[in-house]
Design a protein. Sequence first.
Length: 295
Amino acid sequence: MNAHDDIRIGTLVQAHDDPAGYIRQILPHGFESFEITFGEHVGNMDLTKLAEDISRVLQESGNTAVISSLGVYGNPLTDQQTARDWARLIDAAEQFGCKLVCGFTGRIPDRPVPESLPRLKEVFEPLLRRAEDRGVRLALENCDMHGTWESGDWNIAHAPAAWEMIFGQLPSHALGLEWEPCHQMVSLIDPLPQLRQWVGKVLHVHGKDATLLWDVIRTRGIRGGQPYVYHRTPGFGDTNWTDVISILRAGGYRGSIDIEGWHDPVYRGELEMTGQVRALHYLKQCRGGPFVPNP
């Protein structure tokens, strides 16, 4: 019995790089869930076959791991193909055994956040109706993609003020956040009080942290051309993930924390999976360690 099924610890898997084979290789490390990510577009991929291949690997392993979510990370406000891919993944989610599709809101390029809201409503209202009809939820990734309030190319869902506008425009129980502390720390936001405030809207968590270089921030600022923050794998950054998991559990969150690797400046290259497996064990420890049944 695993009483930690309320919060599983997993990782991201690229859909275009033999995901079934990749999952087969890394399952023995103890990953409990996988988000299948498609980049900007799904392409001409046969989603039914992909779901069958992945399901076969999970069944053959005898593992209890699950597919937590599907993700597409293009700009659906300007790219009709990305918008169609959101719809395709909503339709396909049940085949993967999941009920969650994640991605960027999109953005009207180089315009302030509020100017994207009419287009956001136009694109996402039918997507949300489609999701609600199928019992699927949509989670908006909180990455700024190097954008600001005034301009950017990809995503407006990177600040609490934007979240308030988005959920005001699209008041659906099927819409929430794909949250991680890293992207908020890049904006010098303390992620823990933010999570306490917004935990009710968090539908998926990316396992990615950050290290802030406070000496640079205090002496050079954040616009001096010198790096002031690094994205990190959990366990190597500044965030106390015991607190993150405690806030999630206290807020009634049920879902996955899927490690978003391939960003750490130290645990990369030949050390990539070393870092991810260390993060896996670290997050399991932060979750409480091995489950111990009550007498």
